[in-house]
Design a protein around this ligand. Sequence first.
Ligand code: FE2
Ligand code: FE2
Length: 285
Amino acid sequence: MTPDPETELAAILDQVQDMPSLSPVLARLTALIASPDTTANDITLAISRDPGLVTRVLKLVNSAYYGFTRRISTITSAVVILGFKQIRNMALSSFVFDNFVNIASPRFDINGLWRHSLGVATFAAAVARLVAPRNIEDIFICGLLHDLGKFVLFRSDPEKAVRIFELAERDNLPFLAAENRLSAYDHARLGAAATERWKLPSSVVEVIRFHHAPLKAPEASSLPTAVINFADIMARSLLMGEGGGKRVEILSPEIWGRIGLSWPSVEKISRQAAKDYVDAAAFYA
Ligand SMILES: [Fe+2]
Ligand SMILES: [Fe+2]
């Protein structure tokens, strides 16, 4: 049965409605990053308004994930060394973790879904180092947020979320297929609506929207969407976290061609991603 588009849209908006708004500091950071006139000082000032975020950024920048030998002790140096987008990524990761992952459900391990997101983000970033070196940070955040819709659903309708996860597991279905049986909208659309509401760049919103239909992605997002689709499949194959169900989808030859990697490089990428994944997951443990 095809749901009525109006009902469907209303349902999506309902779900997104009770989603937390970005913190004022994070909203300011995303706006600053979109402007070409922003300086390192502007970013430092914006972060300094939130002492919790300052502590988080300094802790993360000094963690094994980044592997710096010298201790970085000020936000000013963290901003200069990492760049604006990495700082935004850290702030957004912490925000999503605090607002969506710390939800207790005895029937579902939401931390597994977070680890899946970290796995996709680290694998996608390792691919991006080879195929889109100027776009690594944006691709990382697309990986981290690609399944945001699942977190949104868990927050607003945990009963339904658990039923979808259980159906995918029981009938060995791809998550999206289980979702289509039980819901009028899927997590890709929900995630896109949520990030749109947060005013994240359209390049991020579109990757989330099309991560399960990468051939339909608009031209400008076609490579990052292909990378996330591939990373999603690989993170499942490499058993990074729990994306929902055990079924691993098959990569389309067109998407593989679009990414333009060779198989030997995938082995190298997988080793790098596995290391980054362990370091990133340890930070949130
Ligand atoms: Fe997904
Ligand atoms: Fe996923």
